[in-house]
Write a protein that binds this ligand. Sequence first.
Ligand code: G3I
Length: 487
Amino acid sequence: MTHPMLESASRAPARTRARLAATALAATTLAAAAVVAAVTTPASAASGLGQLAAAQGRYFGTALANNHLGESAYATVADREFNSVTPENEMKWDATEPSRGSFNYTGGDAIVSHAQGHGQSVRGHTLVWHSQLPSWVSNGGFNAATLTSVMQNHISNVAGHYKGKLYAWDVVNEAFNDDGTRRQSVFQTTIGDSYIATAFQAARAADPTAKLYYNDYNIEGINAKSTAVYNMVKAFKQQGVPIDGVGLQTHLILGQVPSDLQANLQRFADLGVDVALTEVDVRMQTPADSSKLATQSANYAALTKACLNVARCVGITVWGVTDKYSWVPDVFPGYGAPLLFDDSYNAKPAYTGVSGALGGGTSSPSPSASPSSSPSSSPTSSPPPGRSCSATYRKVNEWNTGFQAEVTVTNTGSSSMGGWTVSWAFPNGQKITQLWNGTLSQSGANVTVKNVSYNGTVTPNGSTTFGFTGDWSGANGTPSSVTCAAS
Ligand code: G3I
């Protein structure tokens, strides 16, 4: 897999978009609200992807930035779709302890307050990281004992401040290099290997109920880096170092979901820790087009399914609400469009990739829909009790630029269904030219087929079939996720 060069994040040119005025306003307003209720387990959201994930015993979250919460579309989508949030920058060391012993919780408190008001759990991010680390720490010239005490004091104060209010903490972030050696951060070079265990012990002491995570990128597949993390977690479990989870950031490049993602999640889970996809985005060379968006949808569906297939994969967090504010173009010029909502807050094919994989429908929410939007237009509507179906896609024939395929709809419920809707996203821009035994609508990569009058009624275990011909070019991949909704 191409190396994402994430280290360059800390050297990125300053973002040109204005962030600061809104930050100050949102922070002042929201920090005033008292932070009361403890959130120690993933909350259930009112709607959207969060609700679909909750039905699977998972959460679906987003990175949230205070400076955008004043934008109504941003807040509307964040609160409608996600039942977990991670402060994108507000709980990092440079924000919380900008000078020694002087703590500032304004931004973090605002996020926690907002989350509590919207039924969202919070993943704290992050206590010990080489980046966004104030120079009084990185260039302080401390000896091992003093830097250990500086780190313990930071953890004790910050995790202590949020005690009982967070679902989890990313205690240590990005401590390994891609070759599996330790990153030469100031903590590593001054304290040595032991700093990570020390950080986890301090975090447990400060907040006994938060799940304590090690978090990193490029550990999604089985490779030298993920194996180094695996060995550390295994040792921690043997030594009694308090670690509860491993966060796989999952900053991916289009078309490069590791084929062994699920196996890798499972091997971590088998050590006795939870796993989570903590900062998901799938970047592409911009501008986006329908083919890239379809591939991105398939990639999101695949990573969602990998998580669902691992019992201890507790949830997925995407690294931002909208492409408009993603960190990606700042750090990888020429790349972008990595998230589920575009610059105008329209749901992208990737959204339906996720919602389909989570077992929901594949309709998109309207851009302005509020969290209490009508279930009939939301991807979360549920079938009548006892009614459910599945659909399987089979390519029957393929030639030059055309192909024929068949989809079998099976009633998997306990009662007869009176109608069905099957949906998928084509991964390679295929276009249906003619369809029989169903009513077709296709928008870009997204296909929806409903029954016609004579084949809507299907008895339990019974099935019916529709077929179509289509055009393809370049590649003619099978949709990674075909969903069926019974009515
Ligand atoms: O706070 C300053 C402000 O004072 C300054 O005036 C302004 C100028 O543009 O910049 C502000 O800081 C920016 C900060 O985001 C807050 O907006 C930094 O320049 C910018 O580099 C920083 O980027 C963040 C990046 O971490 C820093 O490494 C991104 O928003 C954030 O998405 C990103 O998140 C990281 C995760 O924490 C860890 N994993 C990788 C992921 C992506 O890099």
